[in-house]
Design a protein around this ligand. Structure first.
Ligand code: NDP
Ligand code: GDR
Length: 364
């Protein structure tokens, strides 16, 4: 290992963004350290293709047990690893779930950031810090499009926790001179997106319906609008932010917004199941335009106590500062995800037809 090899520490390495970021940093020659939670079942599926056995010579990917709720663990890891860059992507990241576990969400997604920043301050290591901030901070619409100067109005325990994390990042930058930046990222998706976020829930259901594994897709608010981009491009933006001489806060977004209904429409179309919509609100239903089969129904269980109706970002500051731009239009993103999920379900069905007793998760 040469002395010039940069070291990165990623919290949330097992998540969608963490896995893409680890890949990117390994490609760039970094030594990558990730914090993994102990779990009774494997939670490292997204890292399988880059996993290195600890006995491998020239190992460059290291996984450490840890948790954002455990300050002494974070401090010890910081001291032993001495990373040049820290990417804090770990979070209880599901907005609806945060209404069920608000205290835990605050501990992890809010105070977890403080624990990391304080460990940097107390250990005195020379490192850069990236905070995974979110367009959920904008919440109740104040201004469209939303930029770095738009006021925040969080609408969920998740968003309130992230508001704390945003400001504690700014505070430690100003108070202690830490190179700490907030990336305020709008929704970004991929075939690695968790299966309970709406885009992936839709694309996976489309594939399962196509192959007869599921009858129908139940959704919540079809009118919600999101600025959806492609996750690998966003982790590149995180890295670019960290290469700036001065820390700052930046929005990453596509500048386009789409309703949940339109995303679902495109996804079914991609799998040759065009939809026609009938009814309104809770009674709205999506039928197969040709067969008349009921494919989409609204289930109020998925409505949130307080909703974020419209997100549309203005990424011009990041473009001007370091040339970052989203490249994949949302419909292409939808196609990428549907094609992936169709392939996944096809493999599953083929294996089952051949007599193998495979569980669905096994081929994801
Ligand atoms: P995921 O939900 O896919 O991943 C979250 C990661 O955090 C997982 O690795 C998870 O581990 C880990 N984690 C959860 N709880 C803890 C804990 N107590 N201690 C340590 N790690 C923990 O999220 P994404 O990859 O989509 O998002 C990455 C970050 O960016 C998150 O902070 C999210 O809030 C934020 N964000 C995401 C956006 C998006 O559109 N994807 C947009 C804006 C911000 P495990 O695998 O064990 O569950
Ligand atoms: P979001 O993503 O809340 O924006 O947070 P999600 O995909 O969960 O919801 C997007 C919108 O779709 C509506 N919706 C549904 N959502 C889910 N999950 N399931 C449904 O069945 C459903 N039906 C309609 C939601 O009401 C919402 O309006 C994501 C996370 O990655 C956060 O961590 C991140 O900070 C933000 O994106 C930016």
């Amino acid at each position: 290992m040469t002395k010039t090899t940069k070291k990165a520490l990623i919290t949330g390495i097992t998540g969608q963004d963490g896995s893409y970021l680890a890949e990117l940093l390994l490609e760039k020659g970094y030594e990558v350290h990730g914090i993994v939670r102990r779990s009774s079942s494997f939670n490292t599926q997204r890292l399988e293709h880059i996993y290195q056995d600890p006995h491998t010579r020239d190992q460059r990917l290291f996984l450490h047990y840890g948790d954002l709720s455990d300050a002494s663990n974070l401090s010890r890891l910081m001291e032993t690893i001495e990373p040049d860059e820290i990417y804090n992507l770990g979070a209880q990241s599901h907005v609806q779930v945060s209404f069920e576990v608000p205290d835990y969400t605050a501990q992890v997604s809010g105070l977890g950031t403080l624990r990391l920043l304080d460990a940097i301050k107390e250990t005195g290591i020379d490192t850069k810090f990236y905070q995974a901030s979110t367009s959920e901070l904008y919440g109740l619409v104040q201004e469209v499009p939303q930029s770095e100067t738009t006021p925040f109005y969080p609408r969920s325990p998740y968003a309130v926790a992230k508001l704390y994390a945003y400001w504690i990042t700014v505070n430690y930058r100003e108070a202690y001179g830490i190179h700490a930046s907030n990336g305020t990222l709008f929704n970004h998706e991929s075939p690695r997106r968790g299966k309970t976020f709406v885009t992936r829930k839709i694309t996976r259901a489309v594939a399962r319906i196509k192959h007869g594994l599921q009858e129908r897709l139940y959704l919540g608010n079809l009118d919600a609008k999101r600025d959806w981009g492609y996750a690998p491009e966003y982790v590149m933006g995180m890295w670019m932010m960290m290469q700036q001489d001065k820390p700052d806060d930046y929005v990453l977004a596509t500048g386009e917004t789409t309703t949940v209904r339109d995303f679902a429409q495109w996804a079914f179309e991609r799998a040759d199941m065009p939809i026609r919509w009938e009814g309104e609100g809770v009674d709205e239903k999506g039928y197969h335009a040709e067969t008349g089969k009921l494919l989409v129904e609204v289930d109020p269980a998925y409505f949130r106590p307080t909703e974020v109706d419209l997100l549309l970002g203005d990424p011009s500051k990041a473009k001007k500062a370091f040339g970052w731009e989203a490249k994949t239009p949302v419909q292409e993103l939808c196609n990428i995800m549907v094609d992936h999920d169709l392939g996944m379900v096809e493999r599953l069905v083929t294996l089952r037809e051949a007599g193998y007793d495979v569980i669905e998760q096994g081929v994801d």
